[in-house]
Design a protein around this ligand. Structure first.
Ligand SMILES: [Zn+2]
Length: 285
């Protein structure tokens, strides 16, 4: 019997990105064997839990199950928004089924200290000591790679598989997210002294809270063009349960490794490289 589709979790968190308060809404479905191709998610929002309206377009169930609400006006710090995620199954224009999460909002009061810490660091990474990167989050919830994963042996059987990039999971990684981070932060300041010496092929980074890094994620440093893999440890700093900063240890990805084949489009590379150049010029004054 096919398990009915159900939401497992749904939550939202106030974040500060590019100096603006934004709300990251995230959700998960219970594991299912049902085909998700006819399903989309939409996000509803309202200032009253009984009066919500749709604020997102259709969101694919095959991407990250999240939606960044860019439009909240958080200048009034006591403001609260309520969210709900709906799953809609459509076929040929008809709605076959629809189900939703309960209405939810952020769990803690808007934490001004936490937001302040994030904003200060975002500013610092972008304008003072950071460099542009793109982050490929590794897929965890995905079917096995049809090309290289042996379901009997339960392992990857080919190297250099560009279907899954060595993860054994379909597609391997989510579409990349841009971010600015500091490479090789002062070990004392970043409290990574006890991690011990880095190997020659390793580096550490310090970063704000979006996206949250996980083991196996790939980070591309745009200039120079270095590929890195998060191997841990990963340390996070929190203010009242909201993550504000992340520090992580990375291993170099070699040119011969399959992760090196994750592509960053040239226009994105050029734009980020130019931003860095412009900022460097300003930093010199
Ligand atoms: Zn594969």
């Amino acid at each position: 019997m096919v398990q009915p589709l159900r939401f497992k979790t749904a939550s939202c968190q106030v974040m500060s990105i590019e100096h603006l308060s934004r709300i990251l809404v995230q959700w998960e479905l219970e594991p299912t064997s049902q085909d998700l191709h006819s399903i989309v998610f939409v996000v509803d929002r309202g200032e009253s839990p009984t009066n919500l309206s749709q604020i997102s377009g259709d969101i694919s169930p095959f991407g990250l199950m999240e939606f960044m609400d860019l439009t909240p006006r958080m200048i009034d710090l006591h403001k609260v928004y309520y969210y709900r995620v709906r799953a809609v199954e459509r076929k040929e224009g008809l709605i076959l089924q629809e189900f939703s999460t309960p209405v939810f909002t952020w769990e803690t009061d808007l934490d001004l200290v936490g937001l302040y810490v994030v904003e200060e660091h975002l500013f610092a990474y972008r304008y003072v000591m950071g460099v542009p990167t793109v982050i490929f989050k590794k897929r965890k919830d995905a079917g096995y790679c049809p090309n290289c994963f042996d379901p009997v042996l339960k392992r990857v059987t080919k190297s250099n598989c560009t279907i899954c990039f060595g993860t054994g999971k379909q597609l391997g990684f989510y579409p990349f997210i841009e971010g600015w981070m500091e490479f090789n932060p002062d070990p004392k300041a970043a409290q990574i002294v006890e991690w011990g010496e880095r190997q020659a092929s390793q580096t550490d980074i310090q970063f704000t809270n979006y996206p949250l890094l996980g083991l196996g994620d790939v980070i591309v440093e745009i200039q120079p063009n270095n590929y890195w893999k998060v191997v841990g440890p990963i340390r996070t700093a929190e203010k009242r349960r909201s993550i504000t900063l992340q520090v992580a240890r990375l291993d170099a990805v070699n040119r011969s490794d399959v992760e090196y084949k994750l592509t960053v489009p040239d226009d994105v590379r050029r734009r980020l490289a130019k931003e860095l150049e412009d900022i460097k010029r300003e930093r010199e004054f």
